[in-house]
Design a protein around this ligand. Structure first.
Ligand SMILES: Cc1cc2nc3c(=O)[nH]c(=O)nc-3n(C[C@H](O)[C@H](O)[C@H](O)COP(=O)(O)O)c2cc1C
Length: 417
């Protein structure tokens, strides 16, 4: 049987190991993780989710504190439409985040940024435009547009000098979504350089309804592959979602995918941004602990570990500090759910909100444990220590296991002293 290393992903002048480490917001896919993947010859993703918050943590800026100070007068108000992002600060934070990663880059791989369009930030077009422009300014190798694909997004950066040079990709979960995007984008005379096809077993938000289990990644890959061929379109396809071993990856590469995007196996690496004690929760999770629910205010189903503190929590919305999910009119489904519970339980100090979660606050605090379906297999990828905890892995170990393993084997790490 072949291994992933028998294949190469060609993107323009680049020849890469066909492994993309997927973006994991809010700084779960850290720059250190993406840098390791790029050093080893693959493509690593950082994420621009809540980037001012991430900049505060990494570079000691005060974006969140200042925004809260500016809008403090509105905290008790249920109408959040006045809470706006300062576009200059958003650009600065993005540039800082991207530049520090690009400055540290080594090896032949690439670093892309995952840009979720569902982060509508109370001014969807303006904020998305700023985020993409700033990432290009700071030298990012490529941008992957995800979650809530805005059909006009290529046009938002058409005037950037790097528009035709940087790699631009999109994530879709159906042929129809791809067709719509290509149609809408035709005017820019710029096709995506790659298309990530994300199936129903992925982590984060899903591009399916609650009938996600009726779909199968391989079927979608074949459908899109055949359509592109019939249309004479040559766009590399990257399969994603539930690709857990090198051999799983090889099956997609043999089917005609040019690469794979993987994430879950990297959640338990030293370089991953989750706190170590939460990495242990990912290791410990069993199959019945993993659910797809509708708690995300974005309206997309999301996969989570059921025990995470975000579920059922009724924290007051923190839009004055964060507010990344406010739509163009300053609304968010969590605010509605929270207000309904407060009205139903007058005088109660802390309400419970069971149907939605304050995703900004909980992702920021690593309290929303989103994960891929095969998180329950992570315990089989490492060794257990005497105290019962699981040994963390290095990103290099996981990357090389994908790259070289055969016969559905998973290499265990050397036992640490
Ligand atoms: C913890 C976690 C967070 C994620 N966050 C994002 C995200 O912010 N944006 C996105 O487009 N995809 C996100 N994803 C999806 C991954 O980038 C990737 O496409 C998918 O999880 C691959 O499937 P796998 O996890 O089974 O390998 C996330 C996945 C995980 C596990």
């Amino acid at each position: 049987m072949k291994c992933v290393d028998d294949f190469r992903l060609r993107l323009g002048e680049h020849e890469l190991v066909p492994i993309m480490q997927g973006g994991m917001g809010v700084d779960i896919s850290t720059a250190s993780l993406a840098l390791e993947v790029a050093r080893l010859g693959g493509i690593g993703h950082i994420s621009d989710a809540m980037v001012p918050t991430v900049a505060d943590r990494r570079f000691n800026t005060k974006y969140v504190k200042n925004k809260l100070k500016q809008y403090k007068f509105n905290v008790e108000n249920t109408d959040k439409s006045v809470v706006k992002f300062d576009l200059q600060e958003l650009a600065d934070a993005t540039r800082m985040h991207v530049r520090s990663a690009m400055d540290a880059k080594q090896g032949n791989g690439l670093i892309f940024i995952n840009c979720m369009e569902k982060l509508t930030m109370n001014a969807p077009k303006e904020t998305l435009k700023v985020r993409m422009h700033a990432a290009l300014d700071a030298g990012i190798d490529g941008i992957t547009l995800a979650a809530g694909l805005h059909l006009g997004s290529f046009a938002l950066i058409e005037d950037h000098p790097r528009f035709r040079e940087a790699k631009l990709g999109i994530i879709v979960s159906s042929l129809r979504a791809l067709q719509l995007f290509l149609k809408k984008t035709a005017r820019t005379k710029r096709q995506p350089d790659y298309v990530v096809i994300e199936g129903p077993l992925a982590g984060g938000h899903l591009g399916f309804g609650m009938d996600w289990d009726q779909y199968n990644l391989a079927d979608i890959v074949v459908e899109i592959r055949d359509w592109l061929k019939a249309e004479n379109l040559d766009i590399p396809l990257i399969a994603a979602g539930g690709i857990f071993t090198g051999s799983d990856a090889v099956r997609f590469l043999e089917m005609g995918a040019s690469g794979v995007q993987v994430a879950t196996r990297f959640t338990v690496t030293h370089e991953c941004g989750l706190p170590d004690k939460i990495k242990q929760e990912y290791f410990r999770a069993d199959e019945e602990d993993i659910e797809v629910n509708q708690l995300s205010p974005t309206g997309y189903p999301m996969r989570m570990i059921k025990q995470c503190p975000a579920i059922g929590d009724g924290i007051r919305p923190n839009c004055e500090a964060y507010g990344y999910l406010l739509d163009a009119s300053g609304s968010c489904q969590y605010i509605e759910a929270y207000n309904r519970e407060v009205a139903a339980h007058p005088g109660e100090r802390r309400v419970k909100v069971m149907d939605k979660t304050c995703l900004c606050t909980h992702m920021r605090n690593f309290d929303c444990w989103t994960c891929g379906q095969y998180t329950y297999r992570l315990k089989d990828t490492t060794v257990r220590k005497a105290d019962g905890s699981y040994q963390l892995l290095s990103a290099e170990h996981v990357f090389r296991d994908y790259q070289f393993s055969k016969d559905d084997q998973i290499a265990l790490p050397a036992v640490e002293a």
